[in-house]
Design a protein around this ligand. Structure first.
Ligand SMILES: Nc1ncnc2c1ncn2[C@@H]1O[C@H](COP(=O)(O)OP(=O)(O)OP(=O)(O)O)[C@@H](O)[C@H]1O
Ligand SMILES: [Mg+2]
Length: 262
């Protein structure tokens, strides 16, 4: 990641209030704000000027068809270096993520739970959690994660990668919570899971929300995501085509048909 070259291209004005173009309700600068992000994989121009805000404590559903650019947008925000962000500003609680590398963004309170969950092989459930808790600012106690996900407590000495898909998702979320995070980015947490497990994870996302953690939820299962989310942003070919209340998407058949195929 060539953050140095990125720095050269990004103009750094005073912290502007971007909220006007994204959420009519916002008057103060948003807790999280992505402003005009452009990002490339090599020559491929994928994230094409994405802007949106998130208020503290909100769940935002980031939706769109396959290939719309959801994962790429999350990876751009998490500063993974691929795709490479060439333009734009990303602010989290007054911190300029666009100037940071991925580990710095993580230290600033960002946590991306990728689709493949990245459970560490050879470590038990508890060791996976302990390792995540080594972060400079620890968050939840491990016992609190077990209260949220009793299945994990029951399996604390089992090797993490031998868990079921749903349990691995719980462990991946648990690992984020044991760090002191400000923004949780979840990429398709319901992927491949039975409805009963999706129910369980959905319930815990509500608990997490009640603790004040701000979340971006990327989901193919748009109806379930919209039922949980406060607001929704819909992407199409790397651009925002809708930004508003989740309930507005549920009520707008045309929008659902055109961009979500539901
Ligand atoms: N590493 C990469 N190199 C080149 N192109 C990529 C790479 N990763 C993704 N893309 C392309 O970027 C576009 C957006 O992909 P992305 O994974 O962000 O979409 P998505 O909305 O997450 O889709 P899905 O719902 O299928 O997960 C797609 O056209 C994809 O082929
Ligand atoms: Mg994706």
């Amino acid at each position: 990641m060539t953050d140095e070259s990125l720095m050269g291209e990004i103009k750094m004005p005073e912290r502007k209030d971007f909220s006007a173009n994204a959420n009519a309700a916002a008057t103060a600068p948003a807790f999280f704000s992505a402003h005009d992000i452009h990002a490339y994989y090599g020559e491929s121009y994928i994230v094409q000027g994405v802007s949106f805000n998130i208020h503290e404590g909100e769940i935002l559903a980031l939706l769109g068809r396959n290939g719309a650019g959801k994962t790429s947008t999350l990876r751009a925000i998490a500063r993974t270096g691929s795709p490479q962000v060439t333009h734009g500003e990303i602010w989290l609680d007054h911190q300029p993520l666009h100037r940071m590398k991925s580990y710095e963004a993580a230290q600033a309170g960002l946590s991306l739970v990728p689709e493949d969950r990245r459970i560490i092989a050879g470590l038990t459930v508890e060791e996976n959690l302990e390792l995540a808790r080594i972060a400079p600012h620890p968050g939840w106690e491990i016992e609190r994660v077990y209260e949220l996900f009793p299945r994990l407590g029951e399996r604390r000495n089992q090797e993490g990668i031998t868990l079921s898909g749903g349990e691995q998702q719980m462990l991946a979320i648990g690992r984020a919570l044991v760090r002191d995070i400000k923004l949780l980015l979840l990429d398709e947490p319901y992927e491949g899971l039975a409805p009963v497990i999706v129910d369980e994870i959905e319930k815990t996302l509500n608990v997490i929300k009640a603790q004040g953690i701000t979340t971006v939820l990327v989901e193919q299962n748009a109806l379930r995501a919209l039922a949980l989310a406060d607001r929704a942003v819909i992407l199409d070919t790397g651009s925002v085509v809708f930004d508003g209340l989740a309930s507005e998407v549920l009520e707008n058949e045309q929008l659902r048909h055109d961009y979500l195929a539901i």
